[in-house]
Design a protein around this ligand. Structure first.
Ligand code: ADP
Ligand code: MG
Length: 334
């Protein structure tokens, strides 16, 4: 759906070119929810601006549906942009217009629809985001979550095939964040919309994304399925994001005074709820001490990650049995 081919971006600052994005090669598939995570200044918004064609890459190309759009202009550029919806951290609503008028705005701007057609489309969109009862209110009368729902309805007005979300939940409390992310996941499924979502929170990625790219100082340092990246982060920046999401500190804990070797077990899917550990313990007579753990979901897949201290004569045997059940084991240095 979207492809970066060695696309890079430098900005001209006081006469000098300052790189914001090193050459990126990346493909975003149709219908997926693709996350881009990075700290402030990493180049996330720059990547989105290359997709929505607000900026042209300094070098390289950007393809949308196999078409090189790098140098699109005029009516062509306007048509391409109409196929891409966008939502923002601060919603960017028109404060003097009602909810319904905010959603109708891009339709009126684009032209070609009668008032009755626009009204029908607005009704449909407000119902999709659950705001039918609020159509006549003004933005100031809405909660943050409701404002973002208006933003989503407005972004979907022109029936885009791509929805870009720039820190769309960063101004919302955790519970509202969860409900907006649920709405995005629902829209992605129902409309087969390709969603590109940028955030600085791994928890946002975990809840809705299928794949993720990690941006660090203008460079894509890691790309993969969210479950792989979340359970086995490779790059130090990714590890820090995952640790934050787990409310852990970045460095591994040492557990002084605990006997045995330390292992991190990662369960995924059905294995998460099977009584594997107790079976292996019974069978091999090893001992274990549970040091930390979490059982949760990555999008729709249950997972568990436990850190255990283990010892016993048949430890290797126990590890082999656990591995054979499809559980990943990493030894944690201590
Ligand atoms: P993020 O969205 O990850 O916070 P941005 O893509 O906004 O990062 O910015 C990446 C880098 O590019 C930053 O160093 C930022 O200061 C710089 N930058 C972004 N936009 C411009 C611009 N229009 N002119 C000059 N520098 C910019
Ligand atoms: Mg940004």
């Amino acid at each position: 759906m979207i492809r970066f081919a060695a696309a890079s971006k430098s900005y001209r600052v006081e006469g000098a070119l300052v790189p914001a994005l090193e050459p990126v090669d990346l493909t975003i598939e149709r219908g997926e929810v693709f996350g881009i995570i990075g700290h402030s200044g990493a180049g996330k918004s720059t990547m989105l601006r290359l997709i929505n064609l607000l900026e042209q890459p300094t070098a390289g190309q950007v393809f949308i549906e196999d078409r090189d759009v790098t140098h699109a202009e005029g009516a062509d550029l306007r048509r391409l942009r109409a196929g891409i919806g966008m939502i923002f951290q601060h919603f960017n609503l028109l404060s003097s217009r009602t909810v319904a008028d905010n959603v109708a705005f891009p339709l009126r701007l684009h032209g070609g629809m009668s008032d009755a057609e626009i009204a029908a489309r607005v009704d449909e969109l407000l119902s999709l985001v659950g705001l039918t009862a609020h159509a006549r209110k003004f933005p100031a009368q809405l909660s943050g979550g409701q404002k973002q729902r208006v933003g989503i309805a407005r972004a979907l007005a022109s029936k885009p095939s791509i929805l870009l979300c720039d820190e769309a939940t960063s101004a919302l409390d955790p519970q509202t964040t969860a409900s907006v992310l649920e709405l995005l996941a629902d829209i992605n499924r129902r409309l087969n919309l390709t969603v590109v979502l940028i955030t600085h929170e791994m928890d946002v990625i975990r809840r809705v994304c299928d794949r993720v790219a990690v941006l660090d100082a203008g460079r894509v340092v890691e790309v993969g399925d969210v479950a792989d990246v979340f359970l086995h982060p490779q790059h130090p920046t990714t590890r820090r994001f995952v640790a934050e999401a787990d409310h852990r500190e970045g460095r591994s804990p040492e557990f002084p005074g605990v006997d045995g070797r330390l292992f991190r077990l990662s369960f995924r899917g059905d294995a998460t709820y099977s009584p594997l550990l107790s079976r292996v313990v019974r069978d091999t007579g090893i001992e274990y001490n549970l040091l930390s753990g979490r059982v949760d979901r990555i999008k729709d897949t249950p997972y568990g990650q436990l850190t255990l201290a283990m010892n016993g004569e048949r430890l290797e045997d126990a590890l082999a049995q656990i591995r054979a059940a499809g559980v990943d084991i990493e030894e944690v240095a201590r």
